[in-house]
Write a protein that binds this ligand. Structure first.
Ligand code: MN
Length: 381
């Protein structure tokens, strides 16, 4: 029996993780955490019977506590609560599927408590990769990527030596606006941006896929996960989302991982690593597939993607600015307060204003995040 804790259990990755648990008898849920969707969380509690559950929103935590008083369960709240669910005694693996920089502290504490991390929170490595990867090494815990691209690279690296790696090749679907010109992007609506061709995901990441900022964040994550520099991380558009990513070795051999676009494959791989178990779902049918397409990303039209390489190369606290500016800009776009192309413009403005802090500690990272939000407020006045 493997015990897991899920941070962000009511989101897209969280619910799919629980589907995997439901279909396998050898995984037990020790802890769950959600932001505030207590209706779904209560259903999850009654089905999966964790010992401890965190509702980040304090008022909603009180309501949930009342609603589940017939059960023997501890309900906790806020950052201390999130950390308690991340470090809960029984759990061997913590699935970090919360959205945003809120995921960094619980991830750090989980590593210190010796838990393996099934990492689905991008912000953790983007903003604090230098802290997290060192800690994971010091505490001898595994960082198991859940994102489909990083899982594909992780799988393609098995049985080979990292020193013999030439480059990693991240694939991207290109999103709903692949092939668009900048002019065509000007009047993109929220509805169009939320309509991803292949993957079903949360709203924030769906917008990020359409701007290709998501791929930019993934490039930065890949740098930390696989210890490669930016000159050796290539992105290629693969519109069918069949090749999930690849690695090229010194001898020119390329190894890729392919499959249907189903997030349960990488989630389950992280939970069972190094084993593979049955997973129900469609299989690739190469007779029907007939062809795969590849394109170079358009760095001019998708400025948010180009800026990611720039932020990553500048390093230090710059990736935090990139991430925070995007996070806030996407929230404003989702609220209908800014236009689509304001998203990359806001990121660029915030990066221009920023004085880089080298090797920032956690406090500095969180300060830079807040400062970036303030800069955006000012920018929009
Ligand atoms: Mn991805």
């Amino acid at each position: 029996m493997k015990n897991i804790s899920i941070l962000g259990s009511t989101g897209s990755i969280g619910t799919q993780t629980l589907e995997i648990v439901r279909n396998n008898k050898d995984i037990n849920v020790s802890a769950l955490a959600a932001y505030g969707n207590i209706e779904l969380l209560e259903k999850q509690i009654r089905e999966f019977k964790p010992e401890i559950v965190c509702v980040y929103d304090e008022n909603k935590a009180k309501v949930l506590k009342e609603n589940v008083k017939d059960l023997d369960i501890k309900v906790v709240t806020k950052m201390e609560g999130l950390i308690e669910t991340a470090t809960c005694n029984d759990a061997e693996i913590v699935v970090t599927a919360v959205v945003g920089m809120i995921g960094i502290r619980p991830t750090i504490e989980a590593i210190k408590a010796g838990k393996d991390i099934a990492l689905a929170n991008k912000e953790t490595l983007v903003t604090a990769g230098h802290i997290i990867m060192k800690l994971a090494k010091d505490y001898n815990v595994k960082i198991l990527p859940v994102d489909s691209e990083h899982s594909a690279i992780f799988q393609s690296l098995r049985g080979n030596k990292n020193e013999q790696l030439e480059k990693v090749i991240l694939t991207a679907s290109g999103g709903p606006f692949r092939g668009y010109t900048k002019e065509q992007l000007k009047n993109v609506t929220l509805e169009q941006a939320l309509n991803h061709p292949n993957w079903s995901m949360g709203k924030k990441i769906t917008i990020d896929s359409s701007t290709m900022v998501n791929k930019g964040l993934e490039v930065m994550e890949a740098k930390w996960l696989f210890d490669v520099d930016y000159d050796h991380i290539q992105v290629v558009i693969q519109p069918q989302s069949v090749i999930h990513s690849m690695v090229e070795y010194k001898d020119g051999a390329v190894i890729a991982q392919l499959g249907t676009p189903d997030m349960k494959i990488p989630i389950q791989y992280a939970l069972y690593y190094p084993d593979r178990v049955f997973l129900e779902g469609d299989r690739l049918d190469f007779y029907k597939l007939s062809h795969l397409d590849f394109y170079e990303p358009d760095l001019e039209t998708f400025k948010g993607f180009r800026l990611a390489y720039e932020a990553g190369r500048k390093a230090g606290s710059m990736p935090t600015v990139y991430n925070a500016a995007n996070e806030r800009a996407v929230a404003l776009f989702l609220q209908g307060k800014i236009k689509y192309l304001d998203i990359p413009d806001i990121i660029e403005e915030c990066m221009k204003k920023h004085q880089i802090i080298d090797n920032p500690n956690l406090e500095e990272i969180l300060e830079v995040e807040q400062k970036t939000y303030l800069n955006i407020d000012e920018l929009l006045k």
